[in-house]
Design a binder for this molecule. Structure first.
Ligand SMILES: Cc1cc2nc3c(=O)[nH]c(=O)nc-3n(C[C@H](O)[C@H](O)[C@H](O)COP(=O)(O)O)c2cc1C
Length: 367
């Protein structure tokens, strides 16, 4: 299964399946001299699963990251960093019953055809949301690197089903509030309504999707390698590695198609001696290069495919039409858990490009 690595200088290779022994990642190209300890990963991993269990799957694992290589005396050495967490809370029984019944909306059918039935179908195998744990571990390193240059990558839930917030949040507000509520929306009253919507969808045997906004603050100007490694292109590629992501837009995104040039252009102005723009329709990227304005990304996430409501499928063993009601442990909405994965996908892409453009050196100076 090729296609499990991303990045040119800061490269990330993930491995592991939902019900296998471990989920892991190898990060190669991380500069030497970054302080790194297992506890750095814990906060990120702990925040992956909201404490309010009524809105997530009953599969709740205390993920503990282990550093296997690349760190010596508390600092990265410049060698590949291998990280892993064990899969502890696996229950494959529900998957045996439906192994010939591909779940509508999930990867089961094309994966079975592509890998000739050898793929690990338990819990979605390699296609499971569980694999985002690997991305989150790599993202933790990327964020630590970026933070040294005051770059902050912050994602939060903007919409769940029909419930959304139109508020604009400062970086402080996002940092303070996004993990305060289960739905991961910094508008706490809205987050509660989102939670309610998820609970109602679950009761109806159904699921919901939503939108995650991700803002990267303080990126320098000129990062990105057009044409093919344009910053927006590489960000989108990384984001589509998060399962259930169905759309990525920058700034005004699809709305820009309906604007006139004079409406869409972000006028430049000088503020405290710095070139800034008065609006943010470009989302902080022009010509595939960062413009120095916050990078504003909006990510559309589909509703969870595995639902209790009965749906039509085909029994691939008997080749008969069949009905399927998915049992077992599933997230009625994957959006809250996707928030840290989206931050991670953005952070690893920005870290890669910061190293490629020489902003981050191969050996870090004392900080
Ligand atoms: C954090 C996270 C958790 C997920 N949990 C589930 C789940 O419990 N049940 C499910 O059917 N899909 C879940 N998904 C979505 C599937 O993995 C995804 O829809 C599937 O692999 C098909 O890929 P696609 O939606 O990108 O086409 C989850 C995704 C993420 C990011």
């Amino acid at each position: 299964m090729a296609g499990n690595s991303i990045g040119k200088e800061f490269t990330v290779t993930t491995f592991g399946e939902s019900h296998g022994k471990i989920v892991g990642v190898v990060v190669d190209g991380c500069p030497a001299g970054l302080p790194l300890a297992e506890k750095d990963f814990q906060e990120e991993l702990d925040r992956r699963i909201p404490a309010e269990l009524k809105i997530v799957s009953a599969r709740v694992e205390k993920d503990v990251a282990k550093i296997l290589s690349g760190v010596f005396n508390g600092f990265t050495t410049g060698a590949p960093i291998a990280l892993m967490v064990e899969n502890k809370d696996t229950d494959s029984s529900d998957y045996e019953a439906i192994k010939d019944l591909p779940r509508p909306g999930h990867s089961d059918y094309p994966a079975r055809v592509k890998y000739g039935g050898f793929n690990d179908y338990r819990g979605g195998g390699r296609f499971s949301g569980r694999v985002t744990v690997a991305l989150i571990m790599a993202g933790t390193i990327a964020k630590k690197l970026l933070n040294r240059y005051d770059i902050d990558v912050l994602a939060y839930t903007q919409t769940i089903g029909n419930v959304k917030t139109d508020k604009k949040f400062s970086s402080q507000e996002i940092r303070k509030n996004k993990y305060a509520a289960a739905a991961r929306c910094p508008d706490l009253a809205c987050s509660e309504k989102m939670e309610e919507a998820i609970v109602n969808a679950r009761k109806a045997g159904d699921s919901l999707g939503g939108i995650v906004d991700c803002i990267s603050f303080n990126m320098p100007v000129g990062i990105g390698e057009p044409l093919f490694d344009a910053l927006d292109a590489d960000l989108a590629k990384a984001l589509f590695a998060v399962p259930a992501v169905k759309g990525v837009e920058f700034g005004a995104g699809f709305r820009a198609a309906q604007l006139t040039g004079s409406e869409n252009n972000d006028a430049f102005l000088l503020k405290n001696g710095k070139v800034v723009t008065s609006t943010e329709n470009a989302g902080g990227i022009l010509g595939g290069l960062s413009s120095g304005m916050p990078i504003m990304i909006r990510v559309a996430i589909k509703p969870t495919p595995s639902i209790a409501k009965e749906q039509k499928t085909v029994n691939l063993s008997t080749m008969q039409n069949a009905a399927l009601s998915v049992k077992g442990r599933h997230d009625p909405c994957v959006v809250p858990k996707a928030v840290p994965a989206i931050e991670a996908a953005v952070a690893i892409t920005l870290a890669d490009h910061m190293i490629r453009s020489g902003f981050i050196p191969k050996v870090l100076k004392e900080h």
